[in-house]
Ligand binder design. Sequence first.
Ligand code: ADP
Ligand code: MG
Length: 487
Amino acid sequence: MSSASSPSIAAPSAQEVAAHRELWLSVLRLIESKVQRSQFLTWFKDTAVLGRDGGKLVVGLPLPMALHWHMEHYRSITLECAQEIDEGVTQVVYVVDGGLKDNPERAPNLLDHFPEPKKRKLPGRQEVKMAEGIVSKILNPLYTLENFVVGGSNRLAHAACQAVTVQPGGRYNPLFLYGGVGLGKTHLLQATGNAILKNMPRAAVVYTTTEDFTNQVIEAIRSQKMDKLRYRYRKVDALIIDDVQFLANKERTQEEFFHTFNALYEDRKQVILSADRPPQELNLEDRLISRFERGMIADVGVPDYETRLAILVEKARAYELFIDMNVLQFIAEHTTRNVRELEGILMQAVALYELEERMPTIRSIAEIMRKLNKDPHVEEEDVGFEQPVKRAPTFQDVLEAVSRYFSVSVQDMIGASRVREILIPRQIAMFLGKKYLRMSYVHLGEMFSNRDHTTVMNAVAKIEEKMQNDPQLLREVRAIERELGMV
Ligand code: ADP
Ligand code: MG
Protein backbone atom coordinates (compact mmCIF):
# COMPACT_ATOMS: atom_id res chain seq x y z
CA MET A 1 0.00 0.00 0.00
CA SER A 2 1.58 3.26 -1.04
CA SER A 3 1.24 6.18 1.29
CA ALA A 4 -0.82 9.04 0.04
CA SER A 5 1.10 12.25 -0.19
CA SER A 6 -1.81 14.57 0.49
CA PRO A 7 -4.41 13.97 3.19
CA SER A 8 -6.74 11.55 1.49
CA ILE A 9 -9.46 11.84 4.08
CA ALA A 10 -11.40 14.48 2.20
CA ALA A 11 -13.08 12.46 -0.49
CA PRO A 12 -11.43 9.13 -1.07
CA SER A 13 -12.16 7.39 -4.33
CA ALA A 14 -13.90 4.04 -4.35
CA GLN A 15 -10.54 2.42 -4.97
CA GLU A 16 -9.04 4.13 -1.99
CA VAL A 17 -11.94 3.08 0.18
CA ALA A 18 -11.45 -0.52 -0.91
CA ALA A 19 -7.71 -0.35 -0.32
CA HIS A 20 -8.20 1.15 3.13
CA ARG A 21 -10.68 -1.56 3.93
CA GLU A 22 -8.24 -4.29 2.92
CA LEU A 23 -5.47 -2.71 4.91
CA TRP A 24 -7.70 -2.42 7.95
CA LEU A 25 -8.82 -6.04 7.66
CA SER A 26 -5.22 -7.18 7.69
CA VAL A 27 -4.51 -5.05 10.72
CA LEU A 28 -7.65 -6.30 12.43
CA ARG A 29 -6.56 -9.88 11.88
CA LEU A 30 -3.41 -9.19 13.88
CA ILE A 31 -5.24 -7.23 16.53
CA GLU A 32 -7.80 -9.98 16.92
CA SER A 33 -5.07 -12.42 17.86
CA LYS A 34 -3.87 -10.08 20.58
CA VAL A 35 -6.95 -8.91 22.42
CA GLN A 36 -9.79 -10.73 24.09
CA ARG A 37 -12.52 -11.58 21.65
CA SER A 38 -15.24 -9.80 23.57
CA GLN A 39 -13.13 -6.68 23.75
CA PHE A 40 -12.26 -6.98 20.09
CA LEU A 41 -15.89 -7.23 19.06
CA THR A 42 -16.90 -4.37 21.31
CA TRP A 43 -14.23 -1.86 20.51
CA PHE A 44 -13.37 -2.59 16.90
CA LYS A 45 -16.93 -2.84 15.67
CA ASP A 46 -17.66 -0.26 12.96
CA THR A 47 -14.08 0.94 12.79
CA ALA A 48 -12.20 1.64 9.59
CA VAL A 49 -9.13 3.16 8.13
CA LEU A 50 -10.23 6.51 6.78
CA GLY A 51 -7.00 7.56 5.25
CA ARG A 52 -3.27 7.91 5.24
CA ASP A 53 -1.49 11.15 5.71
CA GLY A 54 2.18 10.37 5.32
CA GLY A 55 3.05 8.13 8.21
CA LYS A 56 -0.25 8.82 9.90
CA LEU A 57 -2.90 6.19 9.75
CA VAL A 58 -6.28 7.78 10.31
CA VAL A 59 -8.55 5.32 12.05
CA GLY A 60 -12.25 6.07 12.19
CA LEU A 61 -14.33 5.23 15.23
CA PRO A 62 -18.10 5.20 15.21
CA LEU A 63 -18.68 6.77 18.61
CA PRO A 64 -17.03 9.53 20.59
CA MET A 65 -17.23 7.22 23.57
CA ALA A 66 -14.69 4.95 21.94
CA LEU A 67 -12.13 7.64 21.40
CA HIS A 68 -10.65 7.83 24.83
CA TRP A 69 -10.76 4.08 25.25
CA HIS A 70 -8.86 3.50 22.02
CA MET A 71 -6.30 6.11 22.88
CA GLU A 72 -5.72 4.59 26.29
CA HIS A 73 -5.91 0.93 25.45
CA TYR A 74 -5.50 0.21 21.80
CA ARG A 75 -3.39 2.90 20.27
CA SER A 76 -0.09 1.11 20.67
CA ILE A 77 -1.43 -2.32 19.71
CA THR A 78 -3.03 -0.81 16.63
CA LEU A 79 0.20 0.94 15.70
CA GLU A 80 2.24 -2.21 16.19
CA CYS A 81 -0.10 -4.28 14.09
CA ALA A 82 -0.33 -1.63 11.39
CA GLN A 83 3.45 -1.47 11.26
CA GLU A 84 3.61 -5.20 10.80
CA ILE A 85 1.52 -4.76 7.69
CA ASP A 86 3.03 -1.51 6.51
CA GLU A 87 6.20 -0.28 8.13
CA GLY A 88 5.60 3.20 6.74
CA VAL A 89 2.99 3.81 9.40
CA THR A 90 4.48 5.85 12.21
CA GLN A 91 1.42 7.08 14.04
CA VAL A 92 -2.20 6.21 14.59
CA VAL A 93 -4.67 9.07 14.89
CA TYR A 94 -8.37 8.79 15.52
CA VAL A 95 -11.35 10.48 14.03
CA VAL A 96 -14.93 9.97 15.10
CA ASP A 97 -17.20 9.31 12.15
CA GLY A 98 -20.80 8.43 12.90
CA GLY A 99 -21.26 7.32 9.30
CA LEU A 100 -19.29 4.15 10.01
CA LYS A 101 -22.13 2.63 11.96
CA ASP A 102 -23.75 -0.28 10.14
CA ASN A 103 -21.88 0.51 6.98
CA PRO A 104 -20.04 -2.70 6.05
CA GLU A 105 -18.81 -1.15 2.81
CA ARG A 106 -16.63 1.13 4.85
CA ALA A 107 -16.23 -0.63 8.19
CA PRO A 108 -15.89 -4.41 7.86
CA ASN A 109 -18.50 -6.41 9.70
CA LEU A 110 -16.51 -8.20 12.37
CA LEU A 111 -18.81 -11.17 12.76
CA ASP A 112 -18.58 -11.89 9.03
CA HIS A 113 -14.83 -11.62 8.92
CA PHE A 114 -14.08 -13.01 12.34
CA PRO A 115 -16.70 -15.67 12.95
CA GLU A 116 -17.02 -17.24 16.34
CA PRO A 117 -14.53 -20.10 16.71
CA LYS A 118 -16.13 -23.52 17.10
CA LYS A 119 -17.52 -23.91 20.55
CA ARG A 120 -16.44 -26.71 22.76
CA LYS A 121 -18.43 -25.78 25.78
CA LEU A 122 -21.89 -24.63 26.56
CA PRO A 123 -22.89 -22.05 23.99
CA GLY A 124 -22.75 -18.37 24.71
CA ARG A 125 -20.56 -18.60 27.77
CA GLN A 126 -17.21 -17.10 28.15
CA GLU A 127 -15.02 -19.54 29.89
CA VAL A 128 -11.39 -20.10 30.59
CA LYS A 129 -9.85 -23.46 30.98
CA MET A 130 -7.65 -23.52 34.02
CA ALA A 131 -5.07 -26.06 35.04
CA GLU A 132 -6.34 -29.63 35.39
CA GLY A 133 -9.42 -28.96 33.37
CA ILE A 134 -11.17 -26.65 35.80
CA VAL A 135 -13.40 -24.24 34.02
CA SER A 136 -14.02 -20.75 35.24
CA LYS A 137 -16.08 -18.02 33.72
CA ILE A 138 -13.98 -15.14 32.54
CA LEU A 139 -13.85 -12.42 35.11
CA ASN A 140 -15.01 -9.16 33.68
CA PRO A 141 -12.00 -6.85 33.99
CA LEU A 142 -14.30 -3.84 34.21
CA TYR A 143 -15.47 -4.95 37.62
CA THR A 144 -12.94 -3.72 40.13
CA LEU A 145 -12.99 -2.86 43.79
CA GLU A 146 -11.71 0.58 42.88
CA ASN A 147 -14.61 1.47 40.62
CA PHE A 148 -17.19 0.13 43.04
CA VAL A 149 -18.72 3.12 44.76
CA VAL A 150 -18.83 2.69 48.50
CA GLY A 151 -21.65 4.01 50.64
CA GLY A 152 -23.47 3.05 53.79
CA SER A 153 -25.40 0.33 51.98
CA ASN A 154 -22.36 -1.64 50.91
CA ARG A 155 -19.44 -0.47 53.01
CA LEU A 156 -19.11 -3.65 55.03
CA ALA A 157 -19.36 -5.89 51.99
CA HIS A 158 -16.75 -3.87 50.15
CA ALA A 159 -14.40 -3.84 53.12
CA ALA A 160 -14.77 -7.60 53.54
CA CYS A 161 -13.92 -8.14 49.88
CA GLN A 162 -10.91 -5.93 50.26
CA ALA A 163 -9.76 -7.87 53.32
CA VAL A 164 -10.13 -11.13 51.43
CA THR A 165 -7.88 -9.93 48.64
CA VAL A 166 -5.19 -9.13 51.16
CA GLN A 167 -5.42 -12.46 52.87
CA PRO A 168 -7.42 -15.07 51.01
CA GLY A 169 -8.42 -17.98 53.20
CA GLY A 170 -7.90 -15.84 56.29
CA ARG A 171 -10.39 -14.50 58.77
CA TYR A 172 -13.18 -13.83 56.33
CA ASN A 173 -13.66 -17.34 55.08
CA PRO A 174 -16.15 -18.05 53.70
CA LEU A 175 -17.28 -14.62 52.68
CA PHE A 176 -21.00 -14.52 52.09
CA LEU A 177 -22.60 -11.51 50.41
CA TYR A 178 -26.32 -11.16 50.12
CA GLY A 179 -28.76 -8.62 48.78
CA GLY A 180 -31.42 -7.92 46.19
CA VAL A 181 -31.09 -7.93 42.44
CA GLY A 182 -28.88 -5.38 40.75
CA LEU A 183 -27.21 -4.06 43.87
CA GLY A 184 -23.65 -5.04 43.03
CA LYS A 185 -23.03 -8.56 44.33
CA THR A 186 -21.68 -9.90 41.08
CA HIS A 187 -19.60 -6.79 40.66
CA LEU A 188 -18.04 -7.29 44.09
CA LEU A 189 -17.46 -11.01 43.59
CA GLN A 190 -15.75 -10.58 40.26
CA ALA A 191 -13.80 -7.58 41.46
CA THR A 192 -12.52 -9.64 44.36
CA GLY A 193 -11.49 -12.41 41.98
CA ASN A 194 -9.72 -9.87 39.78
CA ALA A 195 -7.92 -8.38 42.77
CA ILE A 196 -6.78 -11.78 44.09
CA LEU A 197 -5.37 -12.56 40.67
CA LYS A 198 -3.65 -9.22 40.55
CA ASN A 199 -1.95 -9.86 43.88
CA MET A 200 -1.27 -13.49 43.11
CA PRO A 201 -1.12 -14.01 39.38
CA ARG A 202 -0.54 -17.72 39.70
CA ALA A 203 -3.50 -18.39 41.96
CA ALA A 204 -6.26 -20.58 40.59
CA VAL A 205 -9.31 -18.38 41.00
CA VAL A 206 -12.53 -19.94 39.83
CA TYR A 207 -15.65 -17.87 39.39
CA THR A 208 -18.76 -19.78 38.56
CA THR A 209 -22.47 -19.45 38.85
CA THR A 210 -24.52 -21.94 40.78
CA GLU A 211 -26.07 -22.95 37.51
CA ASP A 212 -22.72 -23.80 35.96
CA PHE A 213 -21.58 -25.63 39.04
CA THR A 214 -24.77 -27.67 39.01
CA ASN A 215 -24.31 -28.51 35.35
CA GLN A 216 -20.82 -29.74 36.04
CA VAL A 217 -22.02 -31.93 38.86
CA ILE A 218 -24.77 -33.38 36.68
CA GLU A 219 -22.31 -34.06 33.89
CA ALA A 220 -19.84 -35.68 36.28
CA ILE A 221 -22.54 -37.90 37.70
CA ARG A 222 -23.62 -38.88 34.20
CA SER A 223 -20.12 -39.75 33.09
CA GLN A 224 -19.24 -41.22 36.48
CA LYS A 225 -16.35 -38.85 36.91
CA MET A 226 -17.33 -37.41 40.23
CA ASP A 227 -13.95 -38.14 41.78
CA LYS A 228 -12.26 -36.21 39.08
CA LEU A 229 -14.47 -33.19 39.55
CA ARG A 230 -13.83 -33.22 43.27
CA TYR A 231 -10.14 -33.55 42.79
CA ARG A 232 -10.11 -30.62 40.42
CA TYR A 233 -12.06 -28.29 42.60
CA ARG A 234 -9.86 -29.02 45.52
CA LYS A 235 -6.89 -27.59 43.69
CA VAL A 236 -8.51 -24.23 43.48
CA ASP A 237 -7.12 -21.37 45.59
CA ALA A 238 -10.27 -19.31 45.58
CA LEU A 239 -13.72 -20.51 44.65
CA ILE A 240 -16.33 -17.88 43.91
CA ILE A 241 -19.91 -18.98 43.44
CA ASP A 242 -22.60 -16.51 42.52
CA ASP A 243 -26.27 -16.82 43.42
CA VAL A 244 -26.23 -19.87 45.66
CA GLN A 245 -29.97 -19.48 46.32
CA PHE A 246 -30.31 -21.55 43.17
CA LEU A 247 -28.91 -24.55 45.00
CA ALA A 248 -32.34 -24.97 46.54
CA ASN A 249 -33.93 -28.32 45.69
CA LYS A 250 -30.74 -29.60 44.13
CA GLU A 251 -29.80 -32.16 46.76
CA ARG A 252 -27.04 -33.86 44.88
CA THR A 253 -25.35 -30.62 43.94
CA GLN A 254 -25.67 -29.42 47.52
CA GLU A 255 -24.01 -32.55 48.76
CA GLU A 256 -21.18 -32.22 46.31
CA PHE A 257 -20.78 -28.60 47.15
CA PHE A 258 -20.71 -29.44 50.84
CA HIS A 259 -17.74 -31.78 50.35
CA THR A 260 -15.92 -29.39 48.08
CA PHE A 261 -16.54 -26.59 50.52
CA ASN A 262 -15.18 -28.58 53.44
CA ALA A 263 -12.10 -29.64 51.55
CA LEU A 264 -11.30 -26.10 50.50
CA TYR A 265 -12.07 -24.69 53.92
CA GLU A 266 -9.80 -27.14 55.64
CA ASP A 267 -7.04 -26.31 53.22
CA ARG A 268 -7.56 -22.66 54.10
CA LYS A 269 -8.62 -21.81 50.58
CA GLN A 270 -10.93 -18.88 50.12
CA VAL A 271 -14.60 -19.41 49.32
CA ILE A 272 -16.79 -16.45 48.33
CA LEU A 273 -20.53 -16.77 47.87
CA SER A 274 -23.47 -14.59 47.02
CA ALA A 275 -27.18 -15.02 47.36
CA ASP A 276 -30.31 -12.95 47.30
CA ARG A 277 -30.96 -13.49 51.02
CA PRO A 278 -29.02 -14.30 54.22
CA PRO A 279 -27.90 -17.90 54.80
CA GLN A 280 -30.55 -18.78 57.37
CA GLU A 281 -33.29 -17.86 54.94
CA LEU A 282 -31.94 -20.04 52.18
CA ASN A 283 -33.88 -23.12 51.40
CA LEU A 284 -30.82 -25.38 51.77
CA GLU A 285 -29.57 -28.23 53.93
CA ASP A 286 -28.83 -27.07 57.46
CA ARG A 287 -25.28 -28.30 57.40
CA LEU A 288 -24.57 -26.16 54.35
CA ILE A 289 -26.16 -23.13 55.95
CA SER A 290 -24.10 -23.54 59.08
CA ARG A 291 -20.98 -23.71 56.92
CA PHE A 292 -21.93 -20.46 55.25
CA GLU A 293 -22.37 -18.84 58.63
CA ARG A 294 -18.88 -19.64 59.76
CA GLY A 295 -17.11 -16.76 58.17
CA MET A 296 -18.13 -13.28 57.30
CA ILE A 297 -21.64 -12.31 56.25
CA ALA A 298 -22.28 -8.91 54.75
CA ASP A 299 -25.32 -7.46 53.08
CA VAL A 300 -25.41 -5.28 50.01
CA GLY A 301 -28.32 -2.93 50.34
CA VAL A 302 -30.09 -0.30 48.30
CA PRO A 303 -27.78 2.69 48.01
CA ASP A 304 -28.86 6.02 49.43
CA TYR A 305 -29.18 9.15 47.32
CA GLU A 306 -25.57 10.27 47.70
CA THR A 307 -24.26 6.85 46.79
CA ARG A 308 -26.57 6.62 43.80
CA LEU A 309 -25.34 9.96 42.61
CA ALA A 310 -21.73 8.94 43.12
CA ILE A 311 -22.36 5.75 41.14
CA LEU A 312 -23.83 7.77 38.29
CA VAL A 313 -20.87 10.11 38.27
CA GLU A 314 -18.52 7.13 38.21
CA LYS A 315 -20.39 5.39 35.39
CA ALA A 316 -20.67 8.57 33.36
CA ARG A 317 -16.94 9.01 33.77
CA ALA A 318 -16.29 5.43 32.72
CA TYR A 319 -18.42 5.89 29.63
CA GLU A 320 -16.79 9.23 28.89
CA LEU A 321 -20.13 10.95 29.08
CA PHE A 322 -20.38 14.53 30.08
CA ILE A 323 -23.78 14.94 31.57
CA ASP A 324 -24.88 17.93 33.50
CA MET A 325 -24.77 17.41 37.25
CA ASN A 326 -28.41 18.50 37.56
CA VAL A 327 -29.39 15.71 35.22
CA LEU A 328 -27.45 13.13 37.20
CA GLN A 329 -29.04 14.40 40.39
CA PHE A 330 -32.43 14.10 38.81
CA ILE A 331 -31.79 10.48 37.82
CA ALA A 332 -30.46 9.66 41.29
CA GLU A 333 -33.51 11.22 42.92
CA HIS A 334 -36.00 9.37 40.81
CA THR A 335 -34.40 5.99 40.44
CA THR A 336 -34.36 4.37 43.78
CA ARG A 337 -34.75 0.66 43.34
CA ASN A 338 -31.42 -0.61 42.20
CA VAL A 339 -28.21 0.22 40.49
CA ARG A 340 -28.92 -1.73 37.34
CA GLU A 341 -31.89 0.52 36.76
CA LEU A 342 -29.69 3.57 37.26
CA GLU A 343 -27.32 2.24 34.63
CA GLY A 344 -30.26 1.56 32.35
CA ILE A 345 -31.35 5.17 32.44
CA LEU A 346 -27.81 6.31 31.90
CA MET A 347 -27.55 4.09 28.83
CA GLN A 348 -30.71 5.66 27.50
CA ALA A 349 -29.01 8.98 28.00
CA VAL A 350 -26.09 7.68 25.96
CA ALA A 351 -28.44 6.71 23.18
CA LEU A 352 -29.92 10.17 23.20
CA TYR A 353 -26.46 11.59 23.09
CA GLU A 354 -25.52 9.35 20.18
CA LEU A 355 -28.65 9.57 18.11
CA GLU A 356 -29.75 13.10 18.57
CA GLU A 357 -26.38 14.61 19.20
CA ARG A 358 -27.54 16.56 22.16
CA MET A 359 -26.71 16.59 25.79
CA PRO A 360 -29.35 14.95 27.91
CA THR A 361 -31.40 17.41 29.91
CA ILE A 362 -33.65 16.85 32.88
CA ARG A 363 -36.59 17.17 30.58
CA SER A 364 -35.35 14.57 28.11
CA ILE A 365 -34.40 12.14 30.86
CA ALA A 366 -37.78 12.58 32.52
CA GLU A 367 -39.34 11.81 29.17
CA ILE A 368 -37.28 8.62 28.87
CA MET A 369 -38.20 7.57 32.38
CA ARG A 370 -41.83 8.16 31.75
CA LYS A 371 -41.68 6.12 28.55
CA LEU A 372 -39.92 3.29 30.33
CA ASN A 373 -42.49 3.74 33.02
CA LYS A 374 -39.66 3.44 35.45
CA ASP A 375 -41.05 5.93 37.81
CA PRO A 376 -44.68 6.88 37.73
CA HIS A 377 -43.98 9.55 40.33
CA VAL A 378 -42.16 11.74 37.88
CA GLU A 379 -44.69 14.46 37.44
CA GLU A 380 -44.55 17.43 35.19
CA GLU A 381 -43.82 19.75 38.12
CA ASP A 382 -40.71 17.77 38.90
CA VAL A 383 -39.24 18.98 35.67
CA GLY A 384 -40.87 22.36 35.75
CA PHE A 385 -39.20 25.67 36.05
CA GLU A 386 -38.59 25.67 39.77
CA GLN A 387 -35.82 23.20 39.02
CA PRO A 388 -32.67 24.94 37.94
CA VAL A 389 -32.77 23.32 34.53
CA LYS A 390 -29.50 24.20 32.93
CA ARG A 391 -29.57 24.59 29.22
CA ALA A 392 -27.03 22.46 27.38
CA PRO A 393 -24.21 24.71 26.20
CA THR A 394 -24.19 25.91 22.63
CA PHE A 395 -21.16 26.63 20.54
CA GLN A 396 -21.58 30.31 21.27
CA ASP A 397 -21.32 29.45 24.98
CA VAL A 398 -18.13 27.54 24.28
CA LEU A 399 -16.62 30.47 22.42
CA GLU A 400 -17.59 32.88 25.17
CA ALA A 401 -16.24 30.69 27.94
CA VAL A 402 -12.91 30.24 26.18
CA SER A 403 -12.76 33.93 25.39
CA ARG A 404 -13.39 34.86 29.03
CA TYR A 405 -10.88 32.36 30.31
CA PHE A 406 -8.03 33.47 28.07
CA SER A 407 -9.07 37.12 27.78
CA VAL A 408 -9.10 37.04 24.03
CA SER A 409 -12.01 38.19 21.92
CA VAL A 410 -14.39 35.81 20.24
CA GLN A 411 -13.84 37.78 17.04
CA ASP A 412 -10.11 37.14 17.14
CA MET A 413 -10.64 33.51 17.96
CA ILE A 414 -12.87 32.78 15.02
CA GLY A 415 -11.04 35.21 12.76
CA ALA A 416 -8.09 34.71 10.47
CA SER A 417 -5.40 36.03 12.80
CA ARG A 418 -2.47 33.76 13.38
CA VAL A 419 -1.16 35.56 16.43
CA ARG A 420 0.29 33.02 18.83
CA GLU A 421 -1.85 34.00 21.83
CA ILE A 422 -4.94 33.17 19.85
CA LEU A 423 -3.84 29.74 18.69
CA ILE A 424 -4.35 27.71 21.84
CA PRO A 425 -7.73 29.25 22.73
CA ARG A 426 -8.88 28.67 19.17
CA GLN A 427 -7.74 25.07 19.24
CA ILE A 428 -9.40 24.50 22.59
CA ALA A 429 -12.66 25.92 21.29
CA MET A 430 -12.45 23.57 18.31
CA PHE A 431 -11.69 20.67 20.61
CA LEU A 432 -14.67 21.44 22.85
CA GLY A 433 -16.97 21.89 19.89
CA LYS A 434 -15.92 18.53 18.58
CA LYS A 435 -15.86 16.64 21.84
CA TYR A 436 -18.97 17.94 23.54
CA LEU A 437 -21.15 19.33 20.85
CA ARG A 438 -20.32 16.70 18.25
CA MET A 439 -19.86 19.28 15.57
CA SER A 440 -18.32 17.90 12.42
CA TYR A 441 -14.85 19.01 11.39
CA VAL A 442 -16.28 20.62 8.31
CA HIS A 443 -18.88 22.54 10.27
CA LEU A 444 -16.29 23.64 12.79
CA GLY A 445 -14.05 24.76 9.95
CA GLU A 446 -16.87 26.93 8.67
CA MET A 447 -17.35 28.52 12.08
CA PHE A 448 -13.71 29.51 12.11
CA SER A 449 -13.58 31.65 8.99
CA ASN A 450 -14.01 28.75 6.63
CA ARG A 451 -10.90 26.92 7.62
CA ASP A 452 -10.24 23.57 6.08
CA HIS A 453 -11.55 20.60 8.03
CA THR A 454 -8.06 19.10 8.21
CA THR A 455 -6.93 22.19 10.09
CA VAL A 456 -9.66 21.54 12.63
CA MET A 457 -8.74 17.87 12.82
CA ASN A 458 -5.15 18.75 13.52
CA ALA A 459 -6.14 21.29 16.12
CA VAL A 460 -8.36 18.82 17.95
CA ALA A 461 -5.70 16.11 17.81
CA LYS A 462 -3.12 18.57 19.06
CA ILE A 463 -5.20 19.52 22.08
CA GLU A 464 -5.92 15.87 22.84
CA GLU A 465 -2.25 15.11 22.71
CA LYS A 466 -1.30 18.12 24.79
CA MET A 467 -3.84 17.25 27.44
CA GLN A 468 -1.92 14.05 28.01
CA ASN A 469 1.47 15.70 28.36
CA ASP A 470 0.83 19.21 29.56
CA PRO A 471 -0.78 19.41 32.99
CA GLN A 472 -1.18 23.16 32.74
CA LEU A 473 -3.21 22.87 29.57
CA LEU A 474 -5.19 20.01 31.01
CA ARG A 475 -6.15 22.20 33.98
CA GLU A 476 -7.16 25.03 31.68
CA VAL A 477 -9.38 22.82 29.58
CA ARG A 478 -10.93 21.27 32.67
CA ALA A 479 -11.65 24.70 34.11
CA ILE A 480 -13.49 25.73 30.97
CA GLU A 481 -15.35 22.44 30.89
CA ARG A 482 -16.45 23.01 34.47
CA GLU A 483 -17.56 26.49 33.68
CA LEU A 484 -19.68 25.11 30.87
CA GLY A 485 -21.08 22.40 33.11
CA MET A 486 -19.52 19.74 30.92
CA VAL A 487 -17.97 17.79 33.77
P1 ADP B 1 -26.28 -8.18 41.45
O1 ADP B 1 -25.27 -9.24 41.14
O2 ADP B 1 -26.35 -7.85 42.90
O3 ADP B 1 -27.62 -8.46 40.86
P2 ADP B 1 -24.60 -6.54 39.79
O4 ADP B 1 -23.30 -6.75 40.46
O5 ADP B 1 -24.82 -7.27 38.51
O6 ADP B 1 -25.80 -6.82 40.78
O7 ADP B 1 -24.78 -4.97 39.58
C1 ADP B 1 -25.60 -4.40 38.57
C2 ADP B 1 -24.86 -3.24 37.93
O8 ADP B 1 -24.74 -2.19 38.86
C3 ADP B 1 -23.46 -3.60 37.52
O9 ADP B 1 -23.19 -3.01 36.28
C4 ADP B 1 -22.58 -2.99 38.58
O10 ADP B 1 -21.34 -2.58 38.05
C5 ADP B 1 -23.39 -1.81 39.02
N1 ADP B 1 -23.19 -1.46 40.43
C6 ADP B 1 -23.90 -1.90 41.48
N2 ADP B 1 -23.46 -1.33 42.62
C7 ADP B 1 -22.45 -0.52 42.28
C8 ADP B 1 -21.59 0.34 43.03
N3 ADP B 1 -21.70 0.51 44.35
N4 ADP B 1 -20.65 1.02 42.35
C9 ADP B 1 -20.53 0.90 41.01
N5 ADP B 1 -21.32 0.11 40.26
C10 ADP B 1 -22.27 -0.60 40.87
MG1 MG C 1 -25.51 -11.04 40.13
